[in-house]
Design a protein around this ligand. Structure first.
Ligand code: FAD
Ligand code: MLT
Ligand code: ZN
Length: 470
């Protein structure tokens, strides 16, 4: 089939104004957030309903047109970017942004895939509930993207990854058939739990069009602090210290090394250093309680006071108001942006068992230093989940482009160290294209073959996000 006929038929399904074809219009959708991947799309199509998605996918199956599902396009591993062939069709879900139902008794919300995460958080809040998924991209990432990457973020410690927040899904399969799995059940042992295949599949098995997600009681008291520490081992001891005393009231525990504070305060206007002097490590932590009278601030102060007496921590600032808490969070939430403004870095998203974090950092840092003397490690992340963004910037004075050419060597050092401590090379961002080939070194051939068999069974024509993950 030639291009005009396909585009004409797509326009008949979704309306002409929802099919973008000119390069100038499609380029922003065909470029990733970090501006590392520049693809070319045959077109960008924006369906407005599940029926329209199904018709678009059926047409693609008939014409063997490869599809790239896309939400907010904030992927950090090129997962939502088409290749450069100009043959792949971006199916962008942003128009499907309705909240279909909210059930405060069942504590569930049924939401379409294109709903922006922050919009869903607000809707839950308006209903006196919490939707706990939270990440710095929440103003633009969409639920379909969150589900397809099994996004993590800053509240995993208490509420789990996106996978843990899902009860049901509606998915358009690569054939164009619609699987209606929109069940709001917390217990359902009726065979294979199919929704988990699509969660974290990065759009390679189908297009998620809607989901039933869990809601939680809203925290009515919160306390936020940034703590200064002399090294990462102290941060890990602090984690245990607080968990033993506060249990699951600890909702965030985020590490930021000295260089992170330096980058974010240099590049982001209005963001201020938390302390008068610099410390090797800093942790942003938050306690939450559903009791309005829950004295979490006093609890936090007492627990940190004890930690100070035991020389676990070097200093601490506890937010005195909501505004101050937001200022502390700004240190953490602007880190990715600050990194991007600072120049190119080799980004990582690794996890290791919490008990091995310090050894992992020592091993990776030593090996990097040996290969690239003076290298700068921009390490931050969800240390309470064992997840570090162990990013690597060129040594001062080294040409950025020359360093980026060594990306494979840098990856190899960091990922081999990760594997040595029983870790994963993608904790939360996914594989996309960035880590598609890299994963072959770390997953067994058997595991890869099981994944390929699932792909073949569900997408025999191979039209769903080809070139990603596998
Ligand atoms: P996209 O980028 O559009 O797509 C991501 C993947 O999902 C692609 O493979 C795409 O094909 C697929 N996809 C999208 N929608 C659908 C659908 N409806 N059906 C099937 N497949 C689909 N990630 C974290 O986990 N934790 C963080 O803390 C975090 N912080 C971030 C901070 C910043 C500043 C940025 C830019 C990114 C961050 N990310 C983080 C990465 C990113 O935001 C997440 O991966 C997010 O879940 C992607 O959502 P999206 O809507 O932008 O998806
Ligand atoms: C984060 O935790 O801020 C994100 O995963 C983004 C990043 O790794 O830069
Ligand atoms: Zn992260």
């Amino acid at each position: 089939m030639d291009a005009p006929t396909l585009l004409h038929r797509l326009a008949r399904i979704v309306g002409e104004q929802h099919v973008l074809v000119e390069d100038a219009e499609t380029a922003p959708y065909a470029t990733d957030w970090r501006k590392r991947y520049f693809g070319r799309a045959r077109a960008v199509v924006k369906p407005g309903s599940t029926e329209e998605v199904a018709a678009v996918v059926a047409l693609c199956a008939e014409t063997r047109t490869p599809i790239v599902p896309q939400g907010g396009n904030t992927s950090l591993c090129g997962a939502a970017t088409p290749d450069t062939s100009g043959t792949q069709l971006i199916v962008n879900l942003s128009r499907m942004n309705r909240i279909r139902a909210l059930d405060p008794v069942n504590n569930t919300v049924t939401v379409e895939a294109g709903c922006v995460l922050a919009t869903l958080q607000e809707a839950a809040d308006d209903a006196g509930r919490l939707f706990p998924l939270s990440l710095a991209a929440e103003g633009s990432c969409e639920i379909g993207g969150n589900l397809s990457t099994n996004a993590g973020g800053v509240q995993v410690l208490r509420y789990g990854n996106t996978r843990e927040l899902v009860l049901g899904l509606e998915v358009v399969l690569p054939s164009g058939e619609v699987w209606d799995g929109l069940r709001g059940l917390r217990k359902d042992n009726t065979g294979y739990d199919l929704k988990h295949l699509f969660i974290g599949a990065e759009g390679t098995l189908g297009i998620i069009t809607a989901a039933v997600l869990k809601l939680f009681p809203k925290p009515r008291a919160q306390a936020t602090a940034v703590v200064a520490l002399n090294d990462v081992r102290a941060a890990l001891r602090l984690l245990t210290h607080i968990q033993e005393r506060c249990g699951d009231r600890l909702t965030a525990f985020e590490l930021m090394s000295r260089i992170c504070i330096e980058l974010v305060t240099r590049h982001i206007p209005g963001v201020q250093r938390p302390f008068d002097r610099d410390y090797a490590e800093n942790v942003l932590l938050e306690l939450s309680d559903t009791h309005a009278a829950g004295n979490v601030k006093e609890v936090l102060e007492a627990v940190l006071g004890e930690a100070l007496e035991q020389d676990l921590i070097a200093d601490a600032v506890v937010a005195a108001s909501e505004g101050q808490a937001q200022k502390l969070w700004a240190l953490r939430e602007n880190l990715t942006e600050a990194q991007a403004l600072d120049g190119k870095q080799v980004k990582h998203d690794v996890s290791v068992p919490i008990s091995h974090i310090a050894e992992f950092i020592d091993a990776a840092q030593t090996a990097l230093e040996r290969e690239f003397p003076g290298v700068r490690v921009v390490n931050f992340g969800h240390v309470g989940d064992g997840n570090l963004h162990f990013n690597v910037a060129p040594p001062p004075g080294m040409d950025e482009a020359a360093f980026m050419q060594k990306m494979r060597t840098v990856n190899r050092i960091v990922h081999d160290a990760t594997a040595r401590f029983g870790g994963s090379i993608s904790a939360e961002h996914g594989l996309g294209v960035y880590k598609r080939d890299e994963i072959l070194r770390y997953k067994s051939p058997l595991e890869m073959e099981i994944m390929r068999s699932i792909k073949r069974a569900i997408d025999p024509l191979g039209i769903m996000n080809p070139g990603k993950v596998l």
